[in-house]
Ligand binder design. Structure first.
Ligand code: NAP
Length: 259
């Protein structure tokens, strides 16, 4: 299927690794010019080279912290009129809510709620004026099925989800959609780091901890960032103009509910 977005411009936040990289690659395969943002130059340059070689698309890199105003300004200076915006950043730490300080809460809200809201604020009116826009926020399956030790993530991402639910109904008339994609367990550096931490906490091997996580997934495997990217590219496609304000859960069947 031709997704109908060849020649469009995208900003992919936190795009040098994992899910963000999967989205950038999938969009570039559709002929989208992508600007990827991350803090570490080395991984960013390596990913840009890999995407250019695989797709032939133009890839720009911005070394910046997307959770900071100056980082967002740098991303927007590199791509001032994006047609597609993928909001993403690192997730907050896990822990017992009794130990979460105010500073930890502010950092989580900055990264996983306010940074995407600021990026939406900076880009949505241009999209409306041009009559096309696709905004995807990478959130988490924990928004739908909260996990106790992910309190910072549950809280901050639910705030973003509530905000998006309101404005996504205002922009769609202009062919500007805003949706969230909720990953379950995807095989990325962050997720494998969490399995490693789990192994240490429980005094088991990495392989045992990995097997325990896999048991919770009916698909019997972790997701692949390229699968996540393919879903993101469809949500960003010309064909998806009737989808807005939705929360797309992609978790290999782990969520056990009907709705
Ligand atoms: P990952 O593979 O570790 O990649 C994280 C990416 O984000 C890297 O490119 C990293 O580059 C970039 N990044 C982190 N903080 C940033 C910042 N402040 N500014 C700009 N770039 C930043 O992680 P992932 O698994 O794809 O996770 C992406 C998001 O999905 C996270 O919020 C995570 O909590 C959430 N999530 C993931 C899963 C999963 O199973 N993988 C499940 C649920 C939710 P630099 O470090 O160089 O900046």
């Amino acid at each position: 299927m031709d997704l109908g977005i060849r020649g469009r411009k995208a900003i992919v936040c936190a795009g040098s690794k994992g899910l963000g990289k999967g989205c950038a690659m999938a969009l570039a395969r559709e002929g989208v010019e992508v600007t990827i943002v991350a803090r570490g130059r080395e991984a960013l340059e390596a990913t840009a080279a890999e995407i250019r070689a695989a797709t032939g698309s133009t890839v720009h890199v911005v070394v910046a912290d997307i959770t900071k105003p100056e980082g967002r300004a740098a991303a927007l200076a590199a791509c001032p009129a994006p047609d597609i915006l993928v909001n993403n950043a690192g997730g907050p730490p896990t822990g017992d809510f009794r130990e979460f300080t105010r500073d930890m809460w502010i950092a989580a809200i900055d990264a996983n709620m306010l940074a995407p809201i600021e990026m939406i604020k900076a880009t949505v009116d241009g999209m409306i004026a041009r009559g096309f826009g696709r905004i995807v926020n990478i959130t988490s399956s924990a928004v739908k099925a909260p996990i106790d030790i992910l309190g910072l993530s549950n809280g901050a991402r639910s705030g973003l989800t509530g905000f998006v639910a309101g404005i996504a109904r205002k922009t769609v008339v202009h062919n500007v959609t805003i949706n969230n994609i909720l990953p379950g367990l995807y095989e990325t550096e962050t997720m494998l780091g969490r399995v490693e931490a789990m192994a240490r906490t429980n005094g088991v091997t990495f392989d045992d901890a990995r097997a325990a996580r896999l048991k919770t997934i009916p698909a019997g495997r972790f997701g692949k960032p390229e699968e996540f990217g393919a879903l993101c590219a469809f949500v960003c496609s010309e064909h998806a103009s009737y989808l807005t304000g939705q929360n797309f859960l992609t978790d290999g069947g782990a969520y056990p509910g009907t709705y």
